[in-house]
Write a protein that binds this ligand. Structure first.
Ligand code: PLP
Length: 287
């Protein structure tokens, strides 16, 4: 197994946020993973399985964190990594990680969907394994987070809140919880094409149908969020609780704040990535 010590991240009580929102909030701090995002859980398994099957290289399309994670685990495995990103759309810290870790960075002029198509092409022409969340090993690896939450909390929470980009993480949590799902509250950018929360700047979520199924089964909801709502939740997580996550990670908290929730419910908000990934966004926090 190729590992960098991913998982076993803290579940932090959030007393001030709880007071504000009238529910009992816990923060699942996924920025504590080796490359600073939850992607490491799935990447560890996907790269391990690719190596087991004799692959010599992996490829992914990414809004940044998948690229950083892919680069790290491929280096650890002694494999080649090619990461495809949409030019100008990736936070500085993430690009720095991918480059420092030795990945070949391919930039395409176009959206994440175009990057995805290019990654598929490269997989074919250069005989690389695709390690996007369309790879079932990614989902299986990421599902560990749900089991951790249940173990740390001692039960299934009433609500699980998380950002919705492509939807892979939503699907993975649903798999991890199994039969007993919490109510899923998803936060997505109202303006998916150009949100400042670059990790969820995805116009066509690849797991849309499965996410619809999870929402239906769990009695959940998906809340479109304005830039202002994302920014405000991001600020509160930092200032109220001392946790510096990246902007997209605030979407779960923002979605809970924007939706009607019965008082006293237990809410786990997944903070998907570390704030240091995106230093340029912090200008918005200055005030
Ligand atoms: C990948 C990512 C997301 C979106 O997750 P999906 O599985 O695409 O829905 C959210 N936040 C961060 C920090 C991410 O890296």
């Amino acid at each position: 197994m190729i590992t960098l010590g991913e998982g076993d991240t803290p579940l932090l009580p959030a007393p001030r946020l709880s007071g504000r929102l009238g529910v009992e909030v816990f923060l699942k701090w996924e920025g504590a993973n080796p490359t600073g995002s939850f992607k490491d859980r799935g990447m560890a398994l996907a790269v391990s399985r690719a190596l087991e099957r004799g692959a010599t290289g992996v490829v992914c399309a990414s809004t940044g964190n998948t690229a950083a994670s892919c680069a790290a685990y491929a280096a650890r495995a002694g494999m080649r990594a090619v990461v495809v990103v949409s030019a100008g759309a990736v936070a500085r810290g993430k690009l720095a990680q991918a480059r420092a870790l030795g990945a070949e960075v391919v930039q395409v002029a176009g959206t994440f969907t175009e990057a995805f198509r290019k990654a598929d092409e490269l997989a074919e022409s250069r005989d690389l394994v695709v390690v996007n969340s369309t790879n079932p090993d990614r989902i299986e690896g990421q599902s560990s987070a749900a089991r951790e939450v249940v173990e740390q909390l001692g039960r299934v929470p009433d609500i699980l809140a998380l950002p919705y980009g492509g939807g892979g993480n939503t699907v993975a949590y649903a798999v991890g919880f199994g039969e007993r799902l919490p109510r899923f509250v998803l936060g997505e950018a109202e303006s998916r094409a150009d949100t400042f929360a670059s990790a969820i700047r995805i116009v066509e979520p690849v797991h849309r149908l499965e996410v619809g199924g999870v929402l239906k089964r769990s009695g959940g909801t998906c809340v479109p969020l304005s830039e202002r709502q994302l920014e405000e939740a991001w600020r509160l997580i930092a200032r109220d609780e001392g946790v510096f996550c990246e902007p997209a990670s605030a979407a779960g908290v923002a979605a809970v704040a924007a939706s009607v929730t019965a008082a006293g419910q237990t809410v786990v908000c997944v903070l998907t990535g570390h704030g240091l990934k995106d230093p340029d966004a912090t200008g918005r926090l200055a005030a």
